[in-house]
Ligand binder design. Sequence first.
Ligand code: PAF
Length: 278
Amino acid sequence: MHVIHIQNELIKTLKTLPHIAFVPTMGNLHEGHIKLIQEALKKTKHIVVSIFINPLQFNSKEDFKNYPRTLEKDLSILKGLNVPYVFVPSEEDILDQLEKTEIHLPPIANDLCGKFRPGHFNGVATIVCKLFTLIQPDIAFFGKKDFQQLFLIKALVKQLNYPIEIVGIDTVRDHDGLAKSSRNNLLSEENRKKAPQLLQQLNAMKEKVIQKTSSLEEIEAQSVSALNTSGWMVDYLSIRSAQSLENALHDENQIVILGAATLGSVRLIDNIEFCIQD
Ligand code: PAF
């Protein structure tokens, strides 16, 4: 396994490879990342996994500081998966000159998570563009847990004509439904038990949407209230069009319900996607 730290070295190493698959990560690898890598390996053996905790996408210094850093363990997982190339850039190398790059995303980047984490998706997009330019993959894999991120990356690739196929991979869940996330390790024992409530509310909302029990706004408000009463601080629970991410219309067929809420000091996100009629 080649662990590469320097941009120019990466470019030199990848130059002659015919078909490259890319899995960007911020490390602290879990089953969700492993699934992305396994799906990538089905396409080609030339896989690049990047590990970079991107300071540009954190709104709070505290959150950035607390983000789990487990490089040695991550590298041994990647070795076990037979990943041939791992890119672990330093902040200085990757961020050099990057403040001069301004990426304008569609307005939906300022809604949902973007509303509560201003600038977050610009930080994601800036680093993803940089990595795409360095690696020049043919195909790149992202988790559907970050539905809005995946949506915006697809939009970005279209906007900038990157010849890259973007593949979304289903969320991997724990036995009780909690979506795998690096942040789960930060939950207290008590809050870890409570954490599946987020998915439970999304599923309850789905049933109400299908049964048309009340207006979409009322369905959202009922679940926000249920979670808040149970000790969460809800940012949003929102019923959207899976195609545009705009508020779902009453006759919308392809729906995604997205949620973000904080338990203790840990902010969790999740979503479920479904069609009302097949
Ligand atoms: O999803 C993530 O882990 C990050 O947002 C990404 C895509 C690696 C960019 O830093």
